[in-house]
Design a protein around this ligand. Structure first.
Ligand code: NDP
Length: 444
């Protein structure tokens, strides 16, 4: 059995009941074989055994009182995965499906994604099984305050800097920042995705979606294609999906479908993004309401059917494993030329195989959605310097970062004999930088 397969087996047996974590580890490690064949020093230094083991995992009780005066108890997590190249960095997810395995898969991916940004940030992730949906602002605030009352011990501007993810947007970041500041009595950039009046960066809100489109556009350009005139399907209608749609439209694409966890809307004339923003960002309503405002559009219950809609480009921007082999086959059948992952691990391994064998351009999450964390890193820089850059300045830095990531990933794939395989290129490029830093720092 190869070194890689041995480590994968160890991970599976030592982390039972965590299928998403196994999936993420397998996906990364199996593409590293060509590196490990030439870099025996990584094996001698136990780099793989160490990189799959989080440096620290914190699980804590989060008690809070709901509007009816009842005590509620949720579970909080922070997994500080790897700090070889910088302070732990990665979002917080509030969703009922959150468990340790989900946070570990996200934290593991984050190590390589953060490395790819070219900025000095390590990998971490956290969250809770709390569901913000249907809760009042008061309930969300009390939950966030209770969550931070424990989390504050483990984080800091030079230690671990969380951000948003599913269910954590500017409202939640605001409540958590307020509580951190109150407890610690320091005003520091301990969270990113902050509001613009208290240290947030312009373009952070847009960054993941915009970055995804910059990346995919660069990938399309290699085939002489672009977003201009393309038909695009985007799953999700949250932060990543909305701003991916916005940038795709700015580049001349027509976005015909978006979704939430209940179903999807299809608008053949092109989705009206202002309506989606109003429904999702302001009123916190369901996507089905879109058809009440635009009766020409169709609403369909269930999420998976969105991949049956013919398109040139598909951007899964909702959640893990949302695009399976059936969806992938439908996309291929309908002539889709490119898939760009806005969400983390949205395509199943079988779906990725379908894209590969059918020559569909595939932009893997850890490279394509790195624009969010890259801009978080720019937010950290601005906080440290106590100044703020203009929208144009940050957007241009973001664009440069995404183009650099694309080129780095493409060239790395070429160098290691897997030309065109951006997933392998991303894993290898992200890994080598972290592995070299770990090597230099000894067995820690
Ligand atoms: P949001 O909470 O803003 O939006 C999530 C969207 O996905 C919503 O439309 C939501 O629908 C849908 N969704 C969530 N869970 C499911 C599910 N189980 N099944 C179907 N649909 C679901 O989150 P973000 O936009 O921030 O995150 C989306 C994805 O992008 C995640 O995978 C996240 O890890 C990834 N990501 C986010 C970054 C960021 O900067 N925010 C950075 C990099 C990656 P509903 O409202 O019904 O729940």
């Amino acid at each position: 059995m190869s070194y890689v397969q041995e480590v994968i087996q160890q991970v599976i047996s030592r982390n039972p009941g965590e299928p998403e974590f196994h999936q993420a580890v397998k996906e990364v490690l199996e593409t590293l074989e060509p590196v490990l064949q030439v870099r025996r020093d990584y094996q001698q230094a136990g780099i793989l055994e160490r990189i799959v083991e989080p440096e620290r995992q914190v699980i804590f009780r989060v008690p809070w009182v709901d509007d009816q005066g009842r005590v509620q108890v949720n579970r909080g997590f922070r997994v500080e995965f790897n700090s070889a190249i910088g302070p732990y960095k990665g979002g917080l997810r509030f969703h009922p499906s959150v468990n340790l395995g989900i946070i570990k898969f996200l934290g593991f991916e984050q190590i390589f994604k953060n490395s790819l940004t070219g900025t000095p940030i390590g990998g971490g992730k956290g969250g809770s099984d709390f569901d913000p949906k249907g809760k009042s602002d008061g309930e969300v605030m009390r939950f966030c305050q209770s969550f931070m009352t424990e989390l504050y011990r483990h984080i800091g501007a030079n230690t671990d800097v969380p951000a948003g993810d599913i269910g954590v947007g500017s409202r939640e970041i605001g409540y958590m920042f307020g509580q951190y500041k109150r407890i610690r009595n320091v005003f520091e950039g301990v969270l990113t995705g902050k509001g613009l009046t208290y240290g947030g960066s312009l373009v952070r809100k847009e960054a993941t979606g915009y970055g995804l489109v910059f990346f995919v556009n660069e990938m399309l350009a290699d085939r002489g294609r672009s977003f201009d005139g393309a038909t695009v399907v985007i799953s999700g209608s949250g932060n990543v999906a909305i701003y991916a749609a916005e940038k795709a439209m700015q580049l001349g694409a027509k976005v015909v479908a978006m979704s939430d966890s209940n179903g999807y809307v299809y608008d053949a004339e092109g989705i009206k993004l202002d309506t989606v923003k109003q429904l999702k960002e302001v009123e916190r309503k369901r996507i089905r309401e879109y058809v009440n405002i635009h009766p020409r559009a169709e609403y369909h219950e269930g999420c998976k059917g969105i991949w049956n809609i013919p398109c040139d480009i598909a951007l899964p921007c909702a959640t893990q494993n949302e695009l399976d082999v059936d969806g992938a086959r439908e996309l291929v059948k309908n002539g889709c030329i490119a898939v760009g992952e806005g969400a983390n691990m949205p395509s199943t391994p079988e779906a990725i195989e379908v894209f590969k064998t059918n020559g569909v351009l595939f932009a893997p999450a850890k490279a394509a959605n790195a624009g969010g964390v890259a801009t978080s890193s720019l937010e950290m820089s601005q906080n440290s310097m106590r100044l703020s850059w203009s929208f144009e300045e940050v957007e241009s830095k973001l664009r440069d970062i995404m183009i650099n990531i694309y080129r780095n990933v493409r060239e790395t794939a070429r160098e290691y004999g897997c030309e065109g395989d951006l997933l392998a290129g991303a894993n290898i490029a992200g890994f080598i930088k972290v592995a070299d830093a770990m090597l230099a720092q000894g067995v820690v």
